[in-house]
Design a protein around this ligand. Structure first.
Ligand code: PEP
Length: 251
């Protein structure tokens, strides 16, 4: 059985004090369970502090992005080995906001996925179609291409550990959620694509999240779907109470 994973993407929100209060509250309230992983991805400035604060608890910490190089003259960037050195465990890669505003491409996402594995980080690889692509019937084609590119050079053993987040761009931060059936259909296609790239075992091991306006009120229905193993949550992950509620529903 695949372990569920609920990850909060805080984007560029919160001050340090607010981040610390969130972790202080959440760590005492997370249900004791082996069935669900709870991950928070704060702005990179807060990573060291929140890793320390959550040590010894089930809350895990992830980054929202990283460069693929180990070091270099890349002003403003953080490297995979810097994250690993801080004991960060996850890294979101290829989020649609990174693709839209920071010129990330399928090729750079692939380089980052390889660098994440090389440094012992678990990538949360984001894929998803635009509204135009959905309306043009191109959803599966677009998402399959993103998956194929992102996993170039990744071994089956590594792919089994990866997380894919299916995030239709039109559902992110808009309050519009894909229906649970539509989300499940695309997640099923993603699993099928992984099966073609690797094998059946890899396809059934890889965990696929849905993301796009997930909140306590709709997470239960999404998680009841066969191919949805968790959620990548933006807005609703900013409040400790709603984050804990989502973990409780997932448990
Ligand atoms: C996201 O940032 O990945 C996301 C899905 O945001 P929201 O939940 O706010 O739609």
């Amino acid at each position: 059985m695949r372990k569920r994973i609920i990850a909060g993407n805080w984007k560029m929100y919160k001050m340090m004090d607010e981040a610390k209060s969130f972790v202080a509250e959440v760590k005492g309230r997370l249900p004791e369970t082996e069935l669900v992983e709870a991950v928070i991805c704060p702005p990179s400035l807060f990573l060291a502090e929140l890793v320390n604060q959550s040590e010894g608890t089930s809350l895990k910490i992830g980054a929202q992005t990283m460069h693929d190089a180990a070091e270099g003259a890349y002003t403003g960037e953080v490297s995979p080995n810097m994250l690993a050195d801080l004991n960060v465990q996850y890294v979101i890669l290829g989020h649609s906001e990174r693709r839209q505003y920071f010129n990330e491409t399928d090729e750079s996402v692939n380089r980052k996925v390889l660098a994440a594995f090389a440094n012992g980080l678990t990538p949360i690889v984001c894929v998803g179609e635009s509204l135009e692509e959905r309306e043009g019937g191109k959803t599966v084609e677009r998402v399959a291409l993103q998956v194929n590119k992102a996993f170039e050079g990744v071994s089956a053993d590594q792919a089994k550990e990866a997380i894919i987040a299916y995030e239709p761009i039109w559902a992110i931060g808009t309050g519009k959620t894909a229906t649970a059936e539509d989300a499940n259909d695309v997640c099923k296609e993603i699993r099928h694509e992984i099966g073609k790239l690797y094998d059946k075992n890899t396809a059934s091991a890889i965990r696929i999240q849905y993301g796009g306006s997930v909140k306590p009120a709709n997470i239960g229905e999404l998680l009841s779907m066969e191919h949805i193993d968790g959620a990548l949550v933006g807005g609703a992950s900013l409040e400790a109470d709603s984050f804990v509620k989502m973990i409780e529903v997932a448990t």
